[in-house]
Design a protein. Sequence first.
Length: 327
Amino acid sequence: METWDHVSEKQPVASRILMNSLQKNRISHAYLLTGGRGTGKKSLATLFAKTLFCPNKTGIDPCEVCNVCKRITSHNHPDVHWIEPEGQSIKIEQIRQLQSEFTYSGLESEQKVYILTGAHTLTVNAANRLLKFLEEPNQQTTAILLTENIGQIIPTIQSRCQLIDLQPLNESAFRKKLATIGIDPSETALLSALTSDIEEAKEYSQDEWFAQARTIVLQLINMYTTTPADVFVYIHQEWLPHFKEREQQELGYELLMIAFKDILYAHMHMDDHLVIYQPKSENLTRALHRFTAGEVSSVLRKILDAKRKLQQNVHPTLVLEQLALHI
Ligand SMILES: [Zn+2]
C-alpha cells in the first residue's frame, strides 16, 4: 500500500511537487515524469490518480481499499486511462481512441486522467496528434506522461507539460535497503544492477525463473570456455525456451552484459566490482583465459547491438544466433 509519505522517501522532490498541487488543488493539465527504470514513475502516477478520485481520503492519502482505489490499481477505472506502447511504440490509433473516449464526459465524475507510459515511444504521427490534444485542454482532464528518455520527446510536447524529474536511486543506499529486507548480501549487487525498484528486486530474489535465468547465462559463457561446439545446441535447448517473452529476452541480454562486464572488471583487477561472478572462482578464471579484455569489449558491443535488433523486431532466434556466432 502506497502513501505519499512512502513515495516521498524514494522521490522527495517529485513527490513534493505533486503533493503541493494536490493540496492547493492546482492540478496541471499535463505532467511529464522523467526518470530511469524503477524510479517509481508508475507508483507516483497511480497514487496521484487515486488521490484525485478516492472518496475516502485521509488528507491527500487515498484509502486504497475502496472500490475506486481498487479499480485504479487494477487499471479498471473508467476515468483513468492507461496508454502503453503496443509492441514497440504508441500508435496514432491509440491516441485517436483516447480522444474519442474523452469527448464523452467523465463516466463516473467530470474528472478524467490518462497515464501514458513509455512516452518516448510515441510515433511521429501519434506525438503530433497528442500535441493537438494537449493544446486544447479540457478543464477536468489531466495527462500524466511517463518516460525514461526525455530526449526522444518532441520539445513542443515537453513545453506543454509540467516537467518532473525523478532522481536516480542511490545504489549503495539501495543495496543496504535490500540487505535490511533480508536479501542475501551476495545477491544485492546483481539486483541493484538490474533495478532500483525494491519490490522488483524482491521478486527477482524469490523467483525461480530468475535464478534459472542467471544459471543459463553463466552456463552459456562456460560453454565458450569448455565445449564451444555445443553452444548452438545449448541456445536452442536451454536459452530460447527459457527467455520466451520479449521482456525476458531483454533481461537475458542484460544478464549477459553484466557477466561480461564482470570479466572486464576482473581483467582490470577490480574484483570488488564483480556483480554476478564470485571473485577468483574457477568459472571466472576460465573466462579470463578465454576472453581478452579487447574481446570482452567487442562482445559487449555485440550484445548492445543484439538488444537494438530485438527492439527493431528482428526475430529473437536470429538475433541470438548471430550474437552467439560473434562471441
Ligand atoms: Zn479509496
